[in-house]
Design a protein around this ligand. Structure first.
Ligand code: PGA
Length: 253
């Protein structure tokens, strides 16, 4: 795992956008795995700037989002479909038919999860996967105790995740309790992964994911087993990493 150490959220976002942009220069028809939440918002803003400056072209890009809540209509402002449309897709020249987000409203959720996995495989697999990390160490909605061998599946959201995400809803009762998520195995099949973390509230999980035992109770720890992970962490998120000098720091100061 390579660690890129940056000062703050803004630098983290710029670095991530740079890596995505370089990926598209090398392979304009890349398949991107995308994340939601507060963490990647700055990266999306930087990518939109690059697109508007004609430095980047999304016309051949395919995307697969990590996850989506169950039972939220895609026009609901808290759905990840809405988030992606408003924060990224409507600002760039991506073809609508190349956008894939799990359908949390599907009548047959199991069928939906199989089809999502099949679509990823048929697209040639994910070239570059963007990940945030939850305060409980989740990646996507792969909550503690997830099976590492899981493919895309329906999950029951962890109490901590529901508490964390309540900030986006009027009340905690409104937060959906189920979601569809790419599984750990789906994520680990990506050719390259960028893990983004910003802020002091992520410091303990960043530390445990990078140094800790690889175990399902800390889902992001599985990334230690992937050959091509770049972790971009700001000063606060990496504050516990300073304790161990054997980590390889790249960039930043
Ligand atoms: P956040 O969420 O980016 O809103 O902190 C990260 C996550 O839950 O994966």
């Amino acid at each position: 795992m390579k660690i890129i150490h940056v000062d703050d959220y803004y630098e983290m976002s710029k670095r991530a956008a740079e890596i995505v942009s370089n990926q598209l220069k090398l392979k304009p028809d890349s398949v991107l795995g995308l994340a939601t939440g507060d963490t990647p918002l700055g990266m999306y803003r930087e990518l939109i700037k690059k697109y508007k400056g004609a430095h980047i072209d999304f016309s051949k890009v395919k995307t697969f989002n990590l996850d989506e809540y169950c039972n939220l209509n895609k026009n609901n402002k808290q759905s990840y479909s809405y988030y992606m449309r408003e924060n990224f897709f409507k600002h760039i020249n991506i073809s609508r038919r190349n956008i894939n987000i799990p359908n949390g409203m599907a009548k047959d959720i199991t069928k939906e999860t199989f089809e999502y996995e099949r679509k990823i495989i048929n697209s040639g697999g994910i070239d570059l996967q963007i990940l945030g990390i939850g305060t409980n160490g989740h990646i996507g909605f792969n909550e503690p105790q997830v099976k590492f061998e899981a493919l895309t599946h329906m999950v029951n959201l962890d109490k901590q995740t529901i508490r964390d995400n309540a900030r986006f809803f009027n009340s905690i009762e409104e937060v959906p309790t189920k979601a569809i998520s790419m599984g750990i195995k789906t994520i680990m099949h990506a050719r390259k992964i960028i893990l983004l973390a910003s802020g002091i509230k992520k410091a303990h999980v960043v530390y445990k994911s990078i140094y800790g035992e690889i175990k399902p109770t800390m889902p992001a720890s599985v990334l230690q087993l992937h050959q091509n992970v770049i972790c971009i962490v700001d000063k606060e998120a990496s504050s516990k990493l300073y304790l161990n000098k054997s980590i390889r720091f790249l960039g930043g100061n």
